[in-house]
Design a protein around this ligand. Structure first.
Ligand code: ATP
Ligand code: MG
Length: 450
């Protein structure tokens, strides 16, 4: 019985008193991305298992250990998406988006599923904001996408995030690098973990991403990929850095970043914080020029990044970020008696249709309990409808912060109350402008606006 009132390990609820935080960061990200030409794409939460085996890569931790894979009732192997890129590329190929003007710029907010050991910043269901720029090999696109992530973090006022970049070359220059890694790690066979021994044979670069303390210590002295780049990859990387310098985006080159997924080529990058413990990578991304071909499509040089939303929120909480206010209640209309109750329902409805955040009692409470509730939800104004108000057609509206009351007509309540709110907003803005000494005539400004 206890099981059904407990969420599955590694999953997380977003409760109503926090959902405005998610909404704020998600809307900010989508808005900023649209300035760069990105449109939202939505793909299914599950795909054929093979898509991820091929797309993410058979030697990755994600495919080897972390996927939620099951057979559906017809015996097909299905996997809950562990990341967003493979699905986005699948949709791009399936719907022939390569016939549209390139690059196609798509973004998404999506849940992802990985069977990992749950801990701070590491969940089994988590969420990503991702962008994919499909169909361009140009280093300008690499710099642009990094600039987009950078703008998101500055807009959200995130401090002390370090942008680390690297180039992991193309399959050509990686051949020599793999050889060098193989030689180096072969000398440490006795110390490597079992998974890394397998990696050594299949894809030694994956060892660099191993989280085991012994392997990562050995990896520290391994040959670095930047020493093996071919001329084209080197020029590409130099060019990315030049664009970033021109855009005044600060970065450090970290030759040990290889990223956890197999499909990356050339530029890879991470935004890293040291304020949220071991899981400090808030954003990871890079170029994946070979992915489309890996999935059976044509050559579609592309790149993208994903921001882990839970990790970002951890960081924002650690930095005590101020989020814009929760949804508010302009007015709570309390009532006494059956007729008044119906009048309160009508008044609240009229107010809402005029754009006011209005509530009335939908729980059949006593007047005292209604007023207590209004206080708890932070209603800015309250009004009580009783027999007298119905008889006189007048209603007293009380401003909770000051205790001031204003009488309004019950019949034109929505109109009069909206006007009051508008006037309050006007004078608040007026104070704001005059305290800046701008001398702007706020009434004229409003008349112009509305
Ligand atoms: P890590 O090295 O932390 O395991 P990764 O390389 O597996 O990360 P990516 O596949 O690049 O991560 O995913 C992009 C982002 O998604 C990460 O930078 C992180 O912010 C977030 N992320 C990845 N896995 C998890 C998880 N299990 N729980 C919460 N967020 C995650
Ligand atoms: Mg991982």
């Amino acid at each position: 019985m206890a099981l059904i009132t407990k969420a599955i390990k590694g999953t997380q609820d977003v409760l109503p008193s926090f959902s405005h935080e998610n909404r704020f960061i998600e809307e900010s990200m989508l808005d900023i991305a649209s300035k760069y030409g990105y449109s939202e794409m939505r793909t299914p939460v599950f795909e054929h298992t093979e898509l991820f085996q091929r797309g993410v890569g058979g030697t990755t931790d994600v495919v080897q250990k972390e996927m939620y894979t099951f057979e559906d009732k017809s015996g097909r192997s299905i996997t809950l998406r562990p990341e967003g890129t493979a699905g986005a590329m699948r949709a791009f190929l399936e719907h022939g988006l390569f016939n549209e003007p390139l690059p196609q710029k798509v973004c998404y907010i999506t849940s992802c599923y990985r069977y990992e050991k749950p801990q701070a910043g590491r969940l089994r269901e988590f969420h990503q904001f991702g962008v994919e720029c499909l169909g361009t090999p140009s280093p300008a696109a690499d710099a642009e996408i990094i600039a987009l992530a950078d703008e998101i973090f500055s807009f959200l006022d995130i401090e002390n995030l370090e942008l680390q970049i690297n180039s992991i070359g193309c399959p050509e220059c990686r051949k020599d690098y793999h050889k060098a890694l193989y030689e180096y790690f072969s000398g440490h066979k006795g110390e490597l973990c079992e998974t890394c021994l397998e990696r050594l044979e299949k894809n030694p670069m994956r060892i660099l991403d191993c989280k085991s303390p012994v392997c990562s210590e050995i990896a520290k002295n391994a040959p670095v990929v930047t020493d093996f780049l071919c001329d084209e990859c080197r020029t590409h990387f130099e060019s990315v850095k030049k664009y970033l310098d021109a855009m005044e985006i600060r970065y450090t080159v970290n030759p040990t970043i290889v990223r956890g997924l197999d499909y990356y080529t050339r530029t890879v990058f991470e935004f890293v914080s040291n304020e949220i413990g071991a899981q400090g990578t808030v954003c990871g991304g890079g170029r994946y020029d070979g992915l489309a071909e890996e999935l059976g499509g044509q050559h579609v040089p592309s790149l993208g990044f994903a921001i882990g939303l839970e990790r970002l929120l951890l960081l924002m909480h650690a930095q005590e970020t101020d989020f814009p206010e929760q949804m508010k209640c302009n007015i709570f209309i309390a009532s006494m008696g059956d007729d008044a109750y119906i009048a309160a329902a009508k008044a609240a409805n009229d107010l809402r249709l005029s754009g006011i955040f209005a509530q009335f009692d939908v729980a059949g409470r006593s007047l005292k309990a209604q007023m207590k509730y209004a206080g708890k939800i932070g209603a800015e104004f309250t009004a009580v409808i009783g027999e007298d108000e119905l008889k006189n057609g007048r209603i007293n509206v009380k401003e909770m912060a000051t205790g001031d009351t204003t009488e309004m007509s019950l019949e034109n309540f929505a109109e009069e109350f909206s006007e009051r709110i508008m006037n309050d907003t006007k004078s608040a803005l007026k104070d704001l402008f005059s305290s800046d000494g701008e001398g702007l005539n706020i009434n004229n400004l409003f008349d112009g606006l509305f």
